[in-house]
Design a protein around this ligand. Structure first.
Ligand SMILES: [Zn+2]
Length: 345
C-alpha cells in the first residue's frame, strides 16, 4: 500500500509499480520499469514508424473497436449528441462527451440513457485553431470516445476507479494488442465546470491517449463538498488512438489518409518523411501557446535534421495548407449537418 488515491485493487493484483517521475515530480503506475512518466516533455513520441499496437486501424475501425469492446463489457451504446449543445444555456458547442449529460443527468433530474454507457461524441473546439496543421495533432473537430458510469447516492453502484482503469487497460492491451508493460497511468487532479476529482492520464509511447476522471466533488459558496452522485468521466481521443495504431508521421495522415494523398497529388507535393517525423516529435514535446512556439518547433526541427529553416518550410508549408483544408472541411461539414449557419457577425 502506498497511501495513494490510486492504490487500486487492480494495480495491486496485476503487480503495477508506483514511481515518481524525476522530471515533473508526478506519480505514475506501470507494469514496465520506466525512468519517467512518459508524457512530453519528459519523453518524446516513440510510436512513429513503430506502433505499439498489433492492429493498424482506420478512424471508423477504431471507433467500432472501442464501442464494441465496451458494449461487450456491459455498456449501452449511445448515439452521438449534436455538435450544438441546445440542451445547455451556458455553452454553444459540445466540447466533450460529458457535456451530453450536464446538467440534467448529473444533477439527478433525469436518468442517463444507459448506465454504464459508451459513446463517441463529435466535438468542436476553436481555442487551438492556429495550431491546426502545424503541430501534427491539433484539430478543430474531433471525436471523444468515452465510457461513463453514474453512481447515485441511494441508487445502484455501477463502478468507479478500479473497474474504469481495468477496462481501459484491457481495451488497449487485449483489444488493440498493446504490450501491457507499455501502459503508464499518471496520477493527476482534475477541475472543471464546478466539479472536481482525482484523475489518471493514460500515456502510451509518449502520447496521452486517454484521461480517466473521477468526479467526486462540487464547488459551492461554502467550499468544496462531496457530490450526491459520483461520475466516471473518461475521454479517449479517437484521432490519437488511430494515429498511434498506424504509427504514421502525423495525426492528419492517419485520419485523412486518402484525402491527404489526393490533395498532395493535385498540388504536386511530395514531402520527405524524415522531415515530417522529426517535426511531429518536436511539436509533440512542445507546449503550444503562441505563434513563437510554432517558430521554435520549426527552428528545432531544422537544426535536428541539419537543414536550413527555409528548406524546412519548403517541405512543410504546402503540407500544412493541405492539413488545414482537411480539418476545416470536416468541421464545416459536420457543423452544417447539425444546423450551424455560418455568419460573419
Ligand atoms: Zn514526468
Amino acid at each position: 500500500m502506498t497511501g495513494s488515491e490510486f492504490d487500486l485493487a487492480f494495480f495491486q493484483e496485476k503487480g503495477f509499480m508506483r514511481k515518481q517521475c524525476p522530471k515533473c515530480q508526478r506519480h505514475f503506475w506501470s507494469l514496465g520499469d520506466w525512468p519517467t512518466c512518459g508524457e512530453p516533455p519528459c519523453e518524446e513520441y516513440t510510436f512513429i514508424g513503430n506502433s505499439p499496437m498489433n492492429r493498424k486501424l482506420e478512424l471508423h475501425e477504431m471507433r467500432e473497436a472501442y464501442l464494441g469492446f465496451f458494449e461487450e463489457n456491459g455498456h449501452g451504446r449511445v448515439k452521438r449528441y449534436p455538435i450544438v449543445a441546445r440542451w445547455r444555456d451556458d455553452v454553444f458547442f459540445t466540447q466533450a462527451s460529458i457535456y451530453d449529460f450536464q446538467p440534467w443527468v448529473l444533477n439527478g433530474v433525469i436518468e442517463p440513457p444507459y448506465n454504464p454507457l459508451t459513446i463517441s461524441q463529435t466535438c468542436v473546439r476553436f481555442n487551438d485553431i492556429d495550431n491546426v496543421g502545424k503541430t501534427g495533432r491539433h484539430f478543430t473537430f474531433f471525436e471523444m470516445c468515452a465510457h461513463h458510469a453514474f453512481n447515485k447516492k441511494d441508487g445502484k453502484f455501477i463502478y468507479f476507479k478500479d473497474r474504469t482503469v481495468e477496462l481501459c487497460h484491457r481495451f488497449f492491451t487485449e483489444r488493440l494488442g498493446t504490450d501491457p508493460g507499455k501502459m503508464r497511468y499518471i496520477e493527476e487532479w482534475w477541475e472543471g465546470g464546478g466539479n472536481a476529482g482525482p484523475c489518471v492520464e493514460v500515456i502510451l509511447d509518449g502520447v496521452e491517449v486517454a484521461t480517466l476522471v473521477f468526479m467526486m466533488y462540487r464547488d459551492t459558496p461554502d467550499g468544496r463538498k462531496p457530490m450526491d452522485m459520483t461520475v466516471v468521466d473518461t475521454g479517449y481521443g479517437l484521432e490519437r488512438m488511430t494515429w498511434v495504431s498506424q504509427g504514421v508521421s502525423s495525426a492528419y495522415e492517419a485520419v485523412f489518409g486518402p484525402v491527404v494523398d489526393w490533395l498532395k497529388g493535385l498540388a504536386n507535393v511530395e514531402p520527405d518523411k524524415t522531415v515530417l517525423t522529426e517535426y511531429s516529435k518536436v511539436a509533440g514535446a512542445t507546449n503550444m501557446k503562441t505563434a513563437a512556439d510554432v517558430r521554435r518547433i520549426r527552428e528545432t526541427t531544422a537544426e535536428r535534421i541539419g537543414i536550413s529553416y527555409e528548406e524546412l518550410m519548403k517541405t512543410i508549408s504546402p503540407l500544412e495548407d493541405i492539413y488545414v483544408i482537411c480539418d476545416h472541411s470536416r468541421a464545416l461539414m459536420l457543423m452544417l449537418n447539425d444546423g450551424v449557419v455560418p455568419s460573419n457577425v
